[in-house]
Design a protein around this ligand. Sequence first.
Ligand code: GLN
Length: 481
Amino acid sequence: MSASAPWTVPSVRAALLAKKISARELAAEFYARIERRNSELNAFLTLSPERAYAQADRIDATVARGEDLPALAGVPIAIKDVISTRGIRTTCASKILENYVPPYDATAVERLDAAGAVFLGKTNCDEFAMGGSNENSAYGPVRNPAALDRVPGGSSGGSAAAVAADLTVASLGTDTGGSIRQPGSFCGVSGLMPTYGRVSRYGLVAFASSLDKIGPFAKSVADAARILSVIAGHDPSDSTSAAVSVPDYGVEIEQPIEGLRIGVPEEYFGDGLDPEVRRPVESGIAQLEKLGCRRIPLKMPHTGYAIAAYYIIATAEASSNLARYDGVRYGLRAPGATLTEMYRQTRDRGFGAEVKRRIMLGTYALSAGYYDAYYLRAQKVRTLIARDFSDAFQKVDAIITPTAPTPAFRLGEKTADPLQMYLADIYTVTGSLAGVPGISVPCGKTPAGLPVGMQILAPHFAESRVLQIARAVEAATERGN
Ligand code: GLN
C-alpha cells in the first residue's frame, strides 16, 4: 500500500489476510498520524489506545488462528464525542461532561466493536451537536484540513476532518439538521445520514430526539455503505428504531442507476446559492444524465419555512433533553448555598453560550401562551415539509441539491451572528424534518480548491438508492467530470 492511497475497509482486510501488516501496526500507524496532525487540526478530543490495541490484538489473534474475519476487522474508526463509549470519556464537547466516562457502549458502537473495528478515539464537535461550524466546542474549534483558516463544518466537524486528513479510515457522526452532510461537504468526504429509525439512538446523548441520527463518514461511498450495514437495524433498547430488514449495502450499491428519475427542486438553486457551489453540483447532475438518469424539475413549496420550524422543534426538544444536567446525576457540579443555587451555578458554568441560547429559545417556544403560536405551528410546518417530500417521491426516485449554499467559510466569519449560522442550514434541515435518508458526496471543488458536496435524498429506508447514485457521482468526480 503506497503512502498516498488511503486505507479502505477492503484494503485493510486484504493487508491483514496477506499478513502485510497487523491490526496493531495499523493502529500504531494511525496514532502516529494523529500525533503529527492533531495539535493543528484539533479533530480528536480523547484518544483510546488501550481499547484500540485490545481490539487490534483480538483481530490479530483471529488472523493467526486462520479464522474468518468479521466485516470491519482491524478498521480504525473514530467516534463523535456525543456517542457513548464504555470506559472512554464522552464530553459532548461540553464543560458540563468534561470528566464523564460512560459505563456502556451505544448500540452503534457495540455493533462496530462486534464487527472488529478499532476505536482510535473520540472526535471534537459543536457542544451537544448544536452548531454548524464546530466553533461551539468548549475545547476549541476544528480546522478544515483543506484550508486551515476555514471551519470543517459542524456539528460533526472532528469526525469529517479526521477522515479527510487520513487520521482514521472512517468515523461516526450524528445528524440532527445537517451535522453529517454539511461537514462532509466542507471537508470533501462522504457523509451519510440514514433514515430516522434506521440506526439505534441508544447511547447517543440526545439533542433533539425526533431528529437525531447516527451515520458514517468515509473516504469512499462504498466504505460508508459497509459501515451502515454494520450499525443499522432494529434495537429493542430504542423504541424508535425501525424493525425493517437491513440489506447488504455493500452489494446493493452495485445496482445500476440507469433510468432513475432525479428530482431537482428549484427552491434549492435560488438566490442564496454560491455560483462556485452551483457549478460542480450542476456538472454532477449532468454526469448522472449521461449515465441514463432523467432530470425532473421539482417544486417543494414549503422549503422556505424549514429553518424556522427546525430551530423551534430542535430547541424545544433540546430544552427538555438538557434538563438532566443539573449537577446531581451527571458531570460537573458547581457549589451553591442552596439546591437551586447549585443548579444555577452548575448550568451557568457548564454550558456554553449557544447551548444556553437554545435552552432559552426552546423553553420559550414551549411555555404556556406561546406553545400554540410557535411549537404547534412548527409541527404543522414539519408535516407540510414531509408532504413536499412524499409528493416529490411520487414523481422521482431521488432528489438532488447542493448540501450547503457555500463552501467552508472562515473561522470567526459567522460567530457574531447566530442567525447567519442558522440560515446556512437551509438545504439540510428539510430532509431532517422529513426523516428521509441523505448523503453528501464530493462532486468537485471551487477554483480555490475548496471541496463541494452534492446532497442526494431518497424515500424512507431507500439508503441503497442514495448510495448507488452517490457512487456514480463519486466515480464521475474522480474521473475529473
Ligand atoms: N447546524 C444545525 C444546528 O445547529 C444542525 C446540527 C446537527 O445536525 N446536530 O442545529
